[in-house]
Design a protein around this ligand. Structure first.
Ligand code: TYD
Ligand code: MG
Length: 447
């Protein structure tokens, strides 16, 4: 079962995640000699401590790549385990080879184990990235037992395992990449990391549905989960923390894929804006936040008469069901219908937005596209839309406004109930609900 649920017997379809043909047989954990439960036999007494007894934390290790450190909340915590997930070909191996080289150059001992590429291929990549002088130790190996023995002897500060799906633990009786193998591999490596104080980075491929193939299970074994995302056709890549035991989740690092590997983008707030000289209809700038950092993003919509029975709803970089919700709110609260129209929504530059604060900007883009009226070009929009059509206040409005001002915007639409202690000098239009917002922006609209 891809979702990690277990079933007593085989079935065609998993009733937890609804996925077909993904249930595989797995040996159960061996029962005790008499088949009794754990509680029945006597265990060892575990030492208990107090909350006040704090071990002095080891300093975090800086990778020397600021955007990588930032996504981690300030560098790698020694003895922690980090999972880096992402689509095949997005640049995980490139990023981690660069990080390993950077660690090695700063005097840390770094080992890079690849189960996917031969050493010669990795060297070729290193050459292309200009990393050949970095004292990283390489291995091409998939046997977990051998890898752990090697790490045990070498005791590096950081080890990179690329990828967890290619590793093979010989005590588990199934193919590499299967849930039991991946789980066993992750478990062994997590235990090793804690016992020996070695930081470990696991690379994991993500399936089409956006899961780290099979093992959701791995996500809760590790300390930190980072996703490396981006659209294939775009050069920008975002390293996003989705779980972090040692720092804020949802912090991002931004990179650009170039001929010489990944370059970090230190100030990405204007990165996802296209040329703003002429403002087309259907394009609206959303003043977003990614973790602690404001990022302005252009949201583009296109609305066209549909010839299909059920019109298209095509979304890149945003949540599909969230779009349906906005369309429904526009239809039933404002009487603006999209029933017989194809709707395309796109976040510029290959960015992915998950903030609900983008709702209002999406609604604006949709109506702007439908009516072919463009929004004032120096305006940013943010606000969460509720099902009633009312706008909810959102966090960090001041930071959003400040950044917009810095990038040359002068006006903003924002939810009205926010107490704004705003010194940004922006002209802020406070709006109650999505209906009055649309009238303010575009005038009266025919259904
Ligand atoms: P890779 O790191 O192999 O991806 P992953 O490990 O996530 O599967 O990245 C491969 C892609 O990156 C490949 O399509 C080529 C591109 N690339 C560059 O554009 N520039 C470079 O310097 C390198 C090394 C790769
Ligand atoms: Mg790779």
């Amino acid at each position: 079962m891809k979702c990690g649920a277990s079933h007593k017997k085989w079935a065609g379809r998993c009733d937890t995640c609804g996925d077909w043909n993904s249930i595989t047989e797995e040996a159960p954990l061996a029962a005790g000699p008499s088949g009794k439960t754990l509680g029945a036999s006597k265990g060892r007494k575990v030492a208990l401590g107090d909350l006040s007894e704090i071990d002095k934390p080891l300093p975090r290790m800086s990778s020397g790549i600021d955007e990588f450190d930032r996504a981690l909340g300030g560098g790698v915590v020694p003895a922690s385990v980090i999972l880096v997930g992402g689509d095949p070909g997005i640049g995980k191996s490139t990023l981690l080879l660069q990080a390993a080289a950077s660690f090695a150059r700063s005097g840390k001992k770094a080992i890079y184990v690849s189960g996917e590429e031969a050493p010669s291929q990795i060297r070729m990549r290193a050459q292309r990235l200009g990393l050949t002088d970095a004292p990283v130790k390489l291995a091409a190996e998939t046997n977990l037992r051998d890898i752990i023995t090697t790490l045990e002897n070498e005791r590096p500060d950081i080890a990179i395992i690329d990828s967890v799906q290619t590793m093979w633990a010989d005590n588990v009786d199934s193919a590499p990449g299967s849930v039991s193998q991946v789980r066993a591999t992750a478990h062994e490596l997590v235990t090793f990391a804690k016992r020996r104080g070695v930081a470990i980075v696991l690379v994991g491929h993500v399936t089409k549905e956006g899961q780290i193939a099979g093992p959701r299970v791995v996500e809760h074994m590790v300390d930190t989960v980072l996703y490396f995302e981006g659209e294939r056709g775009h050069q920008f890549r975002i390293l996003r923390a989705v779980k972090n035991r040692f720092g804020p989740a949802d912090e991002i690092g931004v990179f650009e894929m170039t001929g010489e590997g990944l370059q970090q983008v230190i100030n990405p707030s204007a990165l996802f804006l296209s040329d703003r000289e002429s403002q087309a209809s259907g394009s609206v700038v959303f003043a977003g936040m990614e973790g602690t950092r404001p990022v302005l993003v252009e949201i583009q919509a296109l609305v066209a008469q549909s010839s299909l029975g059920s019109p298209r709803r095509n979304v890149v970089g945003w949540d599909n069901s969230r779009l349906s919700m906005i369309l429904a709110v526009l239809e039933s609260r404002c009487g603006i219908g999209f029933g017989n129209m194809d709707v395309y929504l796109n976040i510029a530059g290959g960015m992915r937005i998950s903030e609900p604060a983008a709702d209002l900007a999406v609604a604006a883009a949709l109506v702007s596209a439908r009516e072919d009226i463009s929004l004032q070009k120096d305006t940013v929009v943010f606000g969460e839309i509720s099902l009633s059509g009312a706008l909810r206040p959102i966090a960090q409005a001041e930071n959003r406004l400040k950044e917009a001002k810095k990038l040359g915007f002068s006006a903003a639409f924002a939810p009205s109930m926010m107490k704004l202690a705003d010194k940004s000098g922006m002209k802020v239009h406070m709006v109650e609900d999505v209906g009055s917002f649309i009238t303010d922006c575009f005038g009266e609209i025919d259904a």
